[in-house]
Design a protein around this ligand. Structure first.
Ligand code: BJW
Length: 251
């Protein structure tokens, strides 16, 4: 049963702010970054958080490209789960809903969510890091390396190895997207943090920004995140269970 105070806050909410992380797509069978277990998703014996870096790409472009090619295919083959669908439907229950995601898989959009703020970019948009030249899907489908042993894919003009439009450690987030997410966090009256370990900044600060501006804050995560103790309520259930239940109770 969801927290009574959260339900009450949601019933009165004028502006609901939602931050999602990899756990929101876990029930679509896409692995998270840091959870232990068989779905951890090692690639070429490397941990995901070590592959998501400019240094890894500079040193081993085929390893990094093939990992993202694999994740791109997995994301395209995956289906939005009940958590994605419930979030899309929540937008019809509140006057304003802001959805900010750290995920790069595109599943929120495929579930019908509009105007999603993608803090860490997208797996589905690739470009040449030297020229900014975009790469079309047909080229990606045909020529991205499938394994670290295949040659890495160069940009059409041949000036560099192509990369996904995602944000790696040490890289800045898209400034307009981050500024909008921060502004929305400050004006929300309820903020939900869903399926994120809240270890990565500045994303993890957004629910706290909302709280300091007066919002009721809650988390949905089977394991308490790094910021859980600072929030007003925690629902320790999978998002695909907790969110549809919450939606039902709001009807
Ligand atoms: C379920 C579930 C179910 C499971 N239902 N839940 C302030 C302090 C300290 C450091 C910094 C700071 N500000 C910036 C930094 C540096 C750095 C940082 O945060 N480092 C920390 C590790 C300490 N940040 C950056 O570098 C950022 N850039 C930046 O700030 O630029 C300016 C700057 C640079 C340097 C210094 C200072 C300023 C960029 C961060 C980019 C992150 N990129 C990645 C890769 C994206 C591309 C890709 O997908 O490959 O983003 S890393 C990875 O982590 C990915 C994720 O979006 C992100 C967050 O992970 P997430 O989503 O939380 O996943 P998990 O696996 O950690 O957690 C899953 C959760 O789901 C778990 O809690 C489960 O329990 C739960 N779960 N099943 C609900 N069914």
């Amino acid at each position: 049963m969801p927290h009574a105070a959260l339900l009450e806050a949601l019933r009165d909410a004028q502006h609901l702010f939602i931050l999602t992380g990899a756990g929101t797509s876990a029930e679509s069978n896409l692995p998270t970054f840091r959870d232990p277990g068989p779905h951890r998703g090692l690639w070429d014996n490397h941990r995901p958080e070590d592959l998501a870096s400019p240094d890894a790409f500079a040193d081993h472009p085929a390893r990094v490209q093939s990992w993202y090619a694999h994740r791109r295919r997995a994301a395209l083959a995956a289906q939005p789960n009940p958590a994605h669908h419930a979030i899309a439907q929540l937008a019809e229950r509140v006057p304003t809903l802001t959805l900010v995601t750290q995920n790069v898989d595109g599943l929120h959009q495929r579930a019908g969510s509009k105007d999603v703020l993608e803090l860490h970019g997208s797996l589905h948009r690739w470009h040449c890091p030297n020229t900014g030249e975009p790469v079309d899907d047909a080229t990606l489908n045909a020529h991205l390396p499938q394994t670290p042993d295949n040659p890495p894919l160069r940009s059409p003009s041949g000036t560099g190895y192509v990369r996904p439009g995602v944000v790696w450690f040490g890289e800045g987030l898209p400034t307009d997207v981050l500024a909008e997410a921060e502004a929305k966090a400050r004006t929300a009256d309820v903020a939900l943090s869903i399926g994120t370990s809240a270890l990565v900044y500045p994303a993890a600060a957004l629910p706290l920004l909302a709280k300091h501006a007066g919002a009721f804050t809650a988390e949905i995560n089977p394991q308490p995140s790094a910021i859980a103790h600072q929030l007003d309520a925690t629902i320790t259930k999978p998002a695909g269970v907790a969110l549809p239940a919450l939606l039902d109770l709001l009807r």
